[in-house]
Design a protein around this ligand. Sequence first.
Ligand code: SF4
Length: 246
Amino acid sequence: MDSVTRYHRLQQHIIRCRKCPRLVAWRERVAAEKVRRHQAEEYWGRPVPAFGEPAASLFVVGLAPAAHGANRTGRLFTGDRSGQWLFEALHRFGFANQPTSVGRDDGLRLHGCVISAALRCAPPANKPLREELDRCRLHLRRELALLQRKRVIVALGRIAFLEVLKAWRENGGKIPGGRTPAFRHAGEWNLPGGVVLIASYHPSQQNTQTGRLTRPMFHAVFRRASQLLSLRSEAAGSQSPRADCF
Ligand code: SF4
């Protein structure tokens, strides 16, 4: 079985996952109770799969679905304010065909990019427990292994950054210097195998409304990702093939 087929199967497997009792109860309760502004909608209420192209060269990793965002729409960063920032940035640098994302049938396509998360189920108060992250990291590890054309990983927030590094290490990858680096916005680390990890503050309202993360700061991260990928594709003399998923 090729890696693209395995990737699609993995996403179907993730959607059925019920390993975390607290999160299963929460995601289903939120989906049943809803909020007033979304009362007429049917919530997804399940683990949210990765979104994008399995032949992606850019891998973006966030924290977790928002209770009334991706837990409602079934697509990561779709239907919440963090997504407004993310898709605007992805569109600006050619990784998405449109700057907005409101629902799974909104016509959004990613180009050379996959969006995933450290945790696939919405956690109460956006705060996952350590054991939930540990369980869900297996999904991330499998994605890292199956996304064989990734060249840049953008980790959104400190938790995603640390989970990516743990998953990398658990997959047998080395971390330069042997020690986990400290998170810093726009920090850049070369991982073995020609992969660059870039850290960014998460575009949550907690960061965007306080000015901790501004649009120029956020765009600079994706500008850099785009530069790195252009340099590599010039060096390779070709572009990655594309295949759609979700
Ligand atoms: S958080 Fe991850 S491991 Fe836990 S139930 Fe959801 S998909 Fe499964």
